[in-house]
Design a protein around this ligand. Structure first.
Ligand SMILES: NC(=O)c1ccc[n+]([C@@H]2O[C@H](COP(=O)([O-])OP(=O)(O)OC[C@H]3O[C@@H](n4cnc5c(N)ncnc54)[C@H](OP(=O)(O)O)[C@@H]3O)[C@@H](O)[C@H]2O)c1
Length: 259
């Protein structure tokens, strides 16, 4: 069995940079996105530059079938997923009823359902082998409700909540779960979310590489939360997920414990 890092949304932005960090550290990869041509370009780039094996899966993770394509590739190539990075995601900016319901459903399927399914499937295998790391990409938008970004913010609040809970459940198993919550970051995200007129991106953005690096390092250390960038860390502190959040999580774990 070949041990690999599986990264969704690796064709651009933060996911591409995370994939490159793995390749730099000589970890073989399975990269996933819809744009097959771009995935093959990345495969060539990384295989030549970093001498690693790169498997690709072109899949739409906003459809029910998406994760099945990944399981097929993992099984037929005899791969073991040691690292899972659930990074693929998108937003859609504007008043709640002013945007498309169809798009909201796709967003929920991608940002929530596929992320949960992949964490469940590979989390279970990691627990059986007693090792593994999961990195789920949330957002600062998940730290509070977001008028004009209501559904996106709610999907990311879910990612933070589910990641915190399974991080706690998996303690002392050898499997870690980390949640990365970036603020405004330069990538294709803003354009795709139709956010050109949003104030958010006018007050400075981080590079995808800087965000990826903090996420990657945090995951390797098995941290619970990673909020990249000084300004975002300050905001995160006041949101209650930073140190006080750990206490909240421990209390919740005690309340929800089995008899
Ligand atoms: N940029 C920001 O300001 C920001 C801030 C906070 C959080 N985030 C989060 O960071 C993550 C990465 O976003 P990014 O900023 O790097 O944006 P990006 O450049 O748009 O990258 C998104 C990635 O997800 C893939 N993807 C999108 N829809 C998909 C689908 N249906 N099925 C499979 N793959 C899909 C895209 O590839 P294809 O189009 O080829 O499928 C691409 O590789 C997302 O979860 C996003 O919510 C971003």
């Amino acid at each position: 069995m070949k041990e690999i890092a599986l990264i969704t949304g690796a064709s651009s932005g933060i996911g591409y940079e995370i994939a490159k960090l793995f390749a730099t550290d000589k970890t073989d990869l399975l990269i996933v996105a819809r744009d097959e041509k771009r995935l093959i370009e990345i495969k060539k780039e990384f295989e030549e530059k970093f001498k690693v094996d790169v498997f690709t899966v072109a899949a739409d993770l906003s459809s029910n079938e998406g994760p099945k394509n990944i399981y097929q590739a993992v099984n037929s190539n005899k791969l073991t997923v040691n690292y899972l990075v659930n990074n693929a995601g998108f937003g859609d900016y504007g008043p709640f009823t002013g945007r498309s319901m169809e798009k909201y459903k796709e967003m929920i399927q991608l940002n929530i359902v596929s992320l949960t399914e992949l964490s469940y499937h590979f989390g279970k295998e990691m627990l059986m082998s007693g090792k593994g790391r999961i990195l789920n990409v949330a957002s600062m938008a998940g730290l509070q409700p977001d008028p004009n970004f209501a559904v996106y913010g709610a999907t990311k609040a879910y990612v933070i909540s589910v990641s915190e809970a399974i991080h706690k459940e998996f303690e002392n198993t050898g499997v870690t779960v980390t949640v990365l919550s970036p603020g405004a970051t330069a990538s294709n995200f803003m354009e795709r979310a139709d956010m050109n007129n949003a104030k958010l991106y006018a007050s400075g953005v981080m590079t995808s590489l800087d965000v990826a690096r903090e996420g990657y390092n945090g995951m390797m250390k098995g941290k619970l939360h990673v909020i990249p960038g000084f300004k975002n860390k300050i905001l995160g502190f006041f949101s209650g997920i930073m140190p006080p959040g750990k206490l909240r999580l421990s209390v919740a774990a005690k309340i929800m414990a089995e008899k």
